[in-house]
Design a protein around this ligand. Structure first.
Ligand SMILES: [Zn+2]
Ligand SMILES: [Zn+2]
Length: 152
């Protein structure tokens, strides 16, 4: 994982300005293990900078992605998620509760994809969809037809 200092260095090395807002976004994302939605980061940033716009959040996220610090996940067609872990891995989205989880991706799979694509790949995203374990557990107990247990 990267630190705020790494982030500042990467932004600077791309010839971009270090603004206090960019540093604040780096601080919000540093060492984060979850996958905050863009809206969540927007809300958190609004507490520090009440006038900040969603467009500023998104354009900063794109800068961080281009600098190799962040993945922008479009796994959900209603929300965009940020992943501060730039190393290649797959993601799972529960279609019931919306939980988003990391799934390890073997290097062999990645290499096979890279070999099968006749272009220079910058990134590979693998999105898996289904029902998470917690939800399917609830599903089984909730959906099972209740037997009438009458004591006769
Ligand atoms: Zn779920
Ligand atoms: Zn992830």
């Amino acid at each position: 994982m990267w630190t705020v200092e790494d982030g500042i260095e990467r932004i600077r090395s791309r010839g971009l300005k270090i603004t206090s807002q960019r540093i604040a976004i780096l601080k919000l994302l540093e060492d984060r293990k979850d996958h905050p939605s863009a809206e969540k980061i927007f809300r958190e940033m609004k507490e520090i900078y009440p006038t900040i716009s969603f467009a500023t959040i998104y354009s900063t996220a794109q800068i961080l992605r281009d600098a190799g610090l962040l993945q922008i996940l479009s796994i959900d067609d209603r929300r965009v998620f940020f992943d501060p872990d730039p190393t290649p891995h797959a993601h799972f989205l529960c279609s019931k509760c919306g939980a988003l989880e990391d799934i390890p991706l073997e290097k062999g799979i990645l290499n096979r994809i890279r070999r099968s694509v006749p272009h220079d790949l910058d990134a590979v995203q693998v999105y898996c969809y289904g029902i998470c374990r917690a939800c399917s557990g609830r599903e089984i107990t909730g959906a099972r037809p209740r037997k009438a247990t009458r004591a006769h």
